[in-house]
Design a protein around this ligand. Sequence first.
Ligand code: GLN
Length: 450
Amino acid sequence: MKNPTHQPIVSAEENLHRKLSAVDKWDKEVKAFIEVYREDALKRAKAVDNRIREGKAGPLAGLVVAVKNNIAVKGKRLTCSSKMLETHRAVYNAAVVEKLIAADAIIVGSVNLDEFACGVDGTYSTLQRTKNPLDLERVPGGSSAGSGASVAAGMCDAALGSDTGGSVRCPAAFCNAFGFKPTYGAISRYGLSDLAMSLDQIGVISKDKAVMKRVFDAIRGTDPRDQTTQLADAMLRKKPAEAKVIGVPKEFFEGVDKHIAAGVKKKVKELEKHYEVREVSIPTLKYTVPIYQLTMAAEFSSAMNKYDGLRYGFTGDRNEELYSSFSKARDAALGKEIKRRIMIGTYITMKEFKDAWYSQALKAREVMKEEFASVMKDVDVLAGPAMPTGPWKFGEKMTPLEMYAADMLTIAANLTGTPAIVEPLSSDFKDGAIQFYGRHFEDDVLFGIG
Ligand code: GLN
């Protein structure tokens, strides 16, 4: 697919029409959207245009935004791309959706993801297969597959995703867009279906860095319904610092495609004109994948207990004995990868084994946080590649372990709670993307770099 259009905004209605015609033109093939809120969006665009005329419009007036379908939009389907929730509708708006509406953004629809956000290329979605608009034979990246694809195909100005281990940054990198995962606790997760609560953060993808920043500014801040956001408002009042020193962890280049590593190094060289660049070492980066897998599986298996075939969506056989109905419903309605993670998570948190696996992962995570904090005393940001490879073709063999390893450069930001941004390196999506990590609550610094 060639030349998706990214024209400037004329009016909210005009902008929406352009985005909807891109949906009509491409989405039969790309399959980014689970639901298009056409009528609602058209009504809202008219209302927003009125407010623009009256001079009362909010900071996102007329921007068209797509929302990953694990974020609640009241009255709309909330499927998490799982059979378990295929018929489920959200009964309230997520905090970020309330804020998008208050800022006069137009929510154009919900977009596809790997089932319950578990995946790295979009292919673990059980509802539909989302393709990379830049090359329909390739994966769009995951788990926010529809977020990346809808942005790349010009079907929205920005898309929200969720990032537990890289799910915003991977599709941004694969779809040649900007992707941003804020500091843990910068944005309320009220209304987000959690994958792993100590890692999850809502983030933004856009072709335009300034738009990405505007969306982030509109949705960030303290929310009494999410205790992790307690510091968010205080941090907003802090004067944004500026980066002077860039650290380049040598571990970020191990196991990375030669072409991508060379591109990132070339970009870092260019940055030397404006910043002091130092090589640094963060030895625990070698262990990000096992630390992440253990932490994520433990939290995920516990978060999934609520899907019992009784309370949400898929209904099991109510005449059966309780446990067998519960178990059969989960067997019928959850995908293979979800079951694998529930089993691993349940196993490693069993009383007999927990000191062998889960507690060790928690300890290692603390060591990683200390190493990060110590390195980041002397450098303002870290730089490295976003993903070890470009997007692969559908059907290319990827075992679960290969999939897990593909996250190796992104998950440290989730384990340490730091903000991270990815930026395309060239106009060709196969050239990969550079990634910058920042200090806690120094999210704004990341928008000034690169
Ligand atoms: N790819 C990672 C996983 O499969 C991260 C997912 C995410 O960030 N939601 O768990």
